[in-house]
Design a protein around this ligand. Structure first.
Ligand code: SF4
Ligand code: SF4
Length: 294
């Protein structure tokens, strides 16, 4: 089971839901063989780790492949610059410049260079850490290095790691996706059985939720909505979802105590009964929706 928690914009409560659902499920699974895997896929600004602290089990530097120009072999034919669709190669007549941040690692220049003067070499982009909190909760955090602009390759490698190490059916996987509707978010939710779109009942929240829904429709993803800070704003989100028959599987109340715990970097399910009940309800709704799907 893989659940992605996403939103059309940052700051809607995506991480709050991902963390609290993970903590609640780890408690529920105690004594069973089931386990929770929480992954922070927001590699540009991962923050689930502010709320979840565990013992570091594994740490890996992550690389992607980019071409490296070999001056001694180059005959200055310009083929590489002509073939690169991403303007990642500049041909300067007497030299060739590669811009790793623009490179999409497509291999075209390297494969087409007649002199073998552009071998693909490893280029560091960030690192992935795996933490263990207890027997029932593991946490993965992937983080881009400062200055690295492309999030998608690191998210892709994190997805691969999940497939390789956590494909057993004992794992209930919760992905904290990058905000927005661009490539990193689409890459993060690719393998999810269900995407939960978290929103706020405000005009901004409603606007960005509609964009996120359009993206889910394009990706043909099964999705549902959770309204965070329920009680503020207006009923536009509620009315729209009812009209379009999009399931609203939770309404997390807007509580001052929740804001206090959030700013202290603490999970809420063990401290605020109303939130615990709501997160439990969301879990039950997830089970219903994913069972209905399979
Ligand atoms: S394709 Fe190869 S040989 Fe031609 S300019 Fe580029 S690096 Fe040099
Ligand atoms: S690998 Fe592809 S994207 Fe990167 S520089 Fe070569 S042609 Fe451009």
């Amino acid at each position: 089971m893989q659940i992605a928690i996403a939103s059309g914009k940052g700051g809607t409560g995506k991480t709050t839901l991902a963390v609290n659902l993970s903590v609640l499920l780890a408690e529920k699974f105690a004594g069973s063989r089931q386990k929770v895997l929480l992954i922070d896929m927001d590699v540009e600004e991962p923050n689930s780790g502010l709320f979840i602290k565990g013992k570091l089990q594994q740490q890996e530097v992550k690389y992607r492949l980019v071409p490296e120009w070999d001056e001694d072999k180059c005959t200055f034919c310009k083929r590489c610059a002509n073939v690169c669709e991403f303007n990642a190669i500049a041909f300067l007549g007497v030299s060739v410049l590669v811009f790793p941040e623009l490179c999409h690692s497509c291999y075209a220049c390297s494969d087409l260079c007649p002199e073998d003067a552009l071998p693909m070499v490893q280029h560091r982009m960030g690192e992935t850490k795996i933490f263990s909190l207890n027997n029932h909760l593991q946490f993965i955090e992937s983080r881009l290095d400062i200055g690295v602009e492309q999030a998608t390759p690191l998210i892709e490698q994190t997805r691969k790691l999940i497939k390789e190490q956590y494909s057993g059916n004992e794992w209930f996987t919760i992905l904290d996706s990058p905000p927005g509707t661009s490539c990193p978010m689409m890459e993060a939710v690719k393998d999810a059985d269900l995407v939960i779109l978290v929103t706020e009942p405000t005009p901004f929240g409603f606007h960005d939720l509609k964009l996120a829904m359009e993206t889910m429709d394009e990706l043909e993803k099964h999705y549902a909505v959770v309204i965070n800070k329920y009680g503020i704003g207006n009923d536009d989100v509620l009315n729209y979802c009812n009209e379009k028959q999009i399931p609203i599987i939770g309404k997390i109340p807007n509580l001052r105590a929740a804001a206090r715990l959030y700013s202290a970097g603490k999970a809420m399910v063990d401290a605020i009964p109303e939130i615990r009940v709501e997160i439990e309800n969301i879990y039950q709704q997830i089970l219903k929706l994913t069972e209905a799907e399979t």
